[in-house]
Write a protein that binds this ligand. Structure first.
Ligand SMILES: C[S@@+](CC[C@H](N)C(=O)[O-])C[C@H]1O[C@@H](n2cnc3c(N)ncnc32)[C@H](O)[C@@H]1O
Length: 262
């Protein structure tokens, strides 16, 4: 089924950012477990599935969850240091059904109609070309097989959506774009992926931890903090921005869905 490739250290923005920060992501509590991971477990259901593929696996936490309902899970990511974290944590958890593959979501080294489940959590907004990645997902899924995704989404109001994507990009130079729910629906429909269930968990974040995870330069942290504290009422409400001591608590809206290839 999957075949191995020569490991690439790679030079894309995502590979540079996540390569440097991989050990931090391996212990990040919001990645280890949160409401979006619970939503994906529910949306995947009990299975049992045969071959599952996790895209943008990072340190592997979604792949580990999918390993509970699939015979084999292939955890994939373009960033080798992330896959090394996945391997280490998978061994610690004594997972016998976990495999690794280094690839971008936009070019999946798997045969057409060969997979029973594809999952992806808080990674799609990093993909350089999400439409192409979804073309690939539609190609590799067997007919009737589900794609389960959880990702941060932008509100429909342009001003609020633009604020969100602007702060995300200044915090993390590898940020792509948080899509609106309406954009997600269109992208899925265009590819014959029919939504069969959705959940809307929030991704709860703390500003100091959020900028530390991406090693955002100190000058940018100062302007970002100022922008959070001076945000418009519409932005403050959309993202539940709450100054707390010397920190700022906030949350991103998240769309979690199950879509089936029809
Ligand atoms: C926030 S981490 C993912 C977290 C992980 N899915 C989890 O549930 O804990 C984002 C990951 O997306 C990966 N990534 C970035 N661009 C990608 C692309 N084009 N294709 C696949 N993965 C990509 C990064 O290397 C990084 O490991």
């Amino acid at each position: 089924m999957p075949h191995s490739h020569e490991p690439q250290t790679g030079g894309s923005a995502a590979q540079r950012m996540f390569g440097a920060q991989a050990p931090v992501y391996a212990t990040s509590q919001v990645h280890v477990h949160d409401a979006s991971l619970d939503a994906l477990r529910r949306l995947a259901g009990p299975g049992p599935y045969g071959w599952a593929l996790d895209l943008g696996t990072g340190a592997g936490f979604t792949a580990f969850a999918m390993a509970e309902c699939a015979r084999q899970v292939v955890a994939t990511d373009p960033t080798l240091p992330m896959l090394n974290q996945t391997r280490r944590l998978g061994r610690e958890r004594q997972l016998a059904n976990l495999r690794l593959c280094q690839n971008f979501a936009e070019a999946l080294p798997f045969a057409a109609a060969s997979l029973d489940l594809v999952s992806c959590r808080v990674a799609c907004h990093h993909f350089a070309d999400l439409p192409k990645a979804l073309d690939e997902v539609a190609r590799v899924l067997k007919p009737g097989a589900p794609l389960v995704v959880a990702d941060s989404v932008a509100p429909e109001a342009d001003a609020v959506a633009n604020w969100m994507n602007d702060v995300e990009l200044r915090r993390d130079y590898s940020h792509g774009r948080n899509r609106k729910v309406s954009e997600w629906r269109e992208l899925l429909e265009e590819r014959g992926l029919s939504i069969r269930g959705t959940e809307n968990p929030r991704i709860h974040l703390e500003f100091n931890d959020w900028v530390a995870r991406t090693a955002t330069p100190a000058g940018e942290v100062t302007t970002l903090r100022r922008d959070f504290l001076n945000a418009s009422p519409a932005v403050r409400e959309a993202f539940q921005i709450q100054p707390t001591g010397d920190d700022i608590h906030f949350s991103w809206p998240c769309l979690a869905f199950r879509a089936v290839k029809t």
